[in-house]
Design a protein around this ligand. Structure first.
Ligand code: FES
Ligand SMILES: [Fe+2]
Length: 341
């Protein structure tokens, strides 16, 4: 299953401090924990199950000692080493040297854009180049940009429905009237869609829509040009191309953890340059915009996105839906089954 071979965000970095944290990815229970080293704090993602008698490791605790960091199981206190998840110590039999099979299941984990990313399976050869890393969001690595993480937003719909909503400019005048659009300026220009080939994602340039209040802190309306990137089936990045002389630049990335066919958890990484509003105001603005999307997106049926995988469910399309059609083709090209039908 390709979904197992992709990087997914599982939780915000700041959620994992000194104690182990339980979460779940694609039905796999995980324990996340942090090893504080001299050069930072490496995060680990393991199966949340002790190989001894199946207790949840997330109920245990992190030990720091001369042998480095270990995770201690809550049941019999077996200690598992940070590097490879091998059992290093069994308190009830302290002279016993645990064999290599006494180990936890270790997954790949990374931190990027304020989120912890996990991959459950090594990618197949075909995928490895295209999805070697979590999706890039250049602004979050650039110190001249300020980034703020919004979310998590748990949503009763599929990840693809939410990505498609994010790519859709023509709902702005209705769902976000007075905020991101106006009924009287409902027309959009879908821009130039580069669908990519093979496993490459989509790029949409020069998409345009009218915005009465394009971002927090701005009061007057304007035609805004957008660039969209879809580098991953469950992630998309929107950049507002600042018009000449505009003192404010904005970019926003949507990162989603698919939690099933009809459930997902989303975060937005907002990046701004030159915007005087506070972090809290940015978060409140995003929360308010998302609260407008939520009832409509959760009302869409089926919750899985119809991409033509299973026959009878169809939706009809208008000329302003070119980007959404391209996204559906991208999911088909990759063979994404989770959250599609
Ligand atoms: S169940 Fe984990 S140490 Fe026994
Ligand atoms: Fe929206």
């Amino acid at each position: 299953m390709i979904e197992q071979q992709l990087w997914h965000p599982v939780t915000a970095s700041h959620q994992v401090r000194h104690e182990p944290v339980a979460c779940s990815l694609l039905g796999q229970p995980l324990v996340l924990w942090r090893e504080h080293t001299h050069d930072g704090a490496r995060v680990h993602a393991w199966a949340d199950r002790c190989p001894h008698r199946g207790a949840r490791l997330s109920l245990g605790r992190v030990l720091i000692g001369v042998h480095g960091a270990r995770l201690e199981c809550p049941y019999h206190g077996w200690q598992f080493g940070a590097g490879d998840g091998r059992c290093q110590h069994i308190p009830a039999a302290p002279d016993f040297v645990p064999p290599p099979a006494h180990r936890t299941t270790v997954f790949e984990a990374r931190e990027q854009h304020g989120l912890i990313w996990v991959r459950l399976q090594a990618p197949s050869h075909a995928l490895s180049a295209e999805f070697a890393d979590p999706p890039a969001f250049a602004q979050s690595e650039d110190t001249t940009w300020r980034t703020v993480l919004c979310g998590p937003y748990e949503l009763n719909t599929s990840a693809p429905r939410l990505v498609e909503n994010f790519l859709d400019l023509s709902h702005f005048g209705f769902v976000h009237e007075g905020w991101l659009g106006e009924r009287s300026h409902a027309q959009v220009q879908t821009g130039a869609v580069d669908e990519g080939t093979g496993l490459a994602g989509l790029v949409v340039r020069e998409a345009r829509a009218w915005q009465p209040r394009a971002y927090a802190g701005v009061e007057e309306g304007a035609w805004i040009a957008y660039r969209y990137d879809v580098p991953h089936p469950f992630a998309a990045i929107l950049r507002k191309d600042a018009t000449h002389g505009d003192p404010v630049s904005n970019a926003i990335a949507l990162f989603i953890r698919p939690d099933g066919h009809e459930l997902c958890t989303a975060w937005f990484a907002m990046a701004t340059q030159g915007d005087p509003v506070t972090d809290q105001e940015l978060i409140e603005f995003q929360d308010a915009v998302f609260a407008q999307d939520r009832p409509v997106v959760e009302s869409q049926l089926p919750r899985a996105l119809p991409v033509g995988r299973t026959a009878p469910i169809t939706e009809v399309h208008g000329p302003a839906d070119r980007v959404s059609s391209a996204y559906r083709r991208y999911l088909n090209r990759l063979g994404i089954a989770l959250g599609t039908c």
